[in-house]
Design a binder for this molecule. Sequence first.
Ligand SMILES: [Zn+2]
Length: 119
Amino acid sequence: MAEVMRGMRLGAQSLESDQGVELSSRKSVQFVCPSDHNFEVVFSADAELPDTWECKRCDAIGIRQENGKSISLAASDAEAARTHYDMVLERRSRDELEDLLAEVLADMRKRRSEGRLTA
Ligand SMILES: [Zn+2]
């Protein structure tokens, strides 16, 4: 009888220890990429959550999951439709781009004059 009492008491104590799990101010967010890779990114609890995140396995863009399904990306359609050129624009200054363009044009003219480019 004494053995049974002791066992019950230990059990009751361990049930209580589950409280206080959310000690840190972080939360993990699920993303799913087009290849069905599920991955989790941890953010600080007060961070603004991004709608998308680069997949950790294939570098595709994963979409944030909420309540078990992908969030709607309606608001960021414009971003998804960005062209490679847009992204180049963001990364380079205008001066750099003009230099690059001049370089490309010069190369095109050179090749055209050599008869290697038909247009
Ligand atoms: Zn992936």
